[in-house]
Design a binder for this molecule. Sequence first.
Ligand SMILES: [Zn+2]
Length: 164
Amino acid sequence: MQKRDDPLSKLISVVLRVVTFGGQSHYMTSYVTTLGQGVYVPTSWERMGDAERYIVLRHEAVHLRQFRRLGWVGMALLYTLPFLPLGLAYGRARLEWEAFAETLRATAEVHGFAAAARPELHARITRQFTSGAYGFMWPFPHVIRRWIARELSAMERGLESPPG
Ligand SMILES: [Zn+2]
């Protein structure tokens, strides 16, 4: 569903803009969001290619599974509370990390491992955690870079020993 046709998405957009002091002002235009069992797409969705959409949807599929696992209430609490809604949101950081690890894996599957290992992609992912985009959820770039490095080496090990 398009965010621009959804009243809840519009409300979230306004709230985010205010609470992040303008740090998240692209919610309607650039960010895909999963709420419950719905995936809400921004205006930029129409300009995205199939490969890019596929990678984004792999990320959102992780959030769909999280909503199923934790429920709306569990998801809302974990996403907003531990430890703070802004600045230090470890619950949100871990939920997002689970999904961004999938972003790395999907990128490798679509574009090859080298694409998933690109520093530009790592910088973009790290920024999501440290900037206002997700309310400065885990503003420690070295921690995010360590999570990324760990995931990449797990992926590399997976490449060396194929399943079966
Ligand atoms: Zn996400």
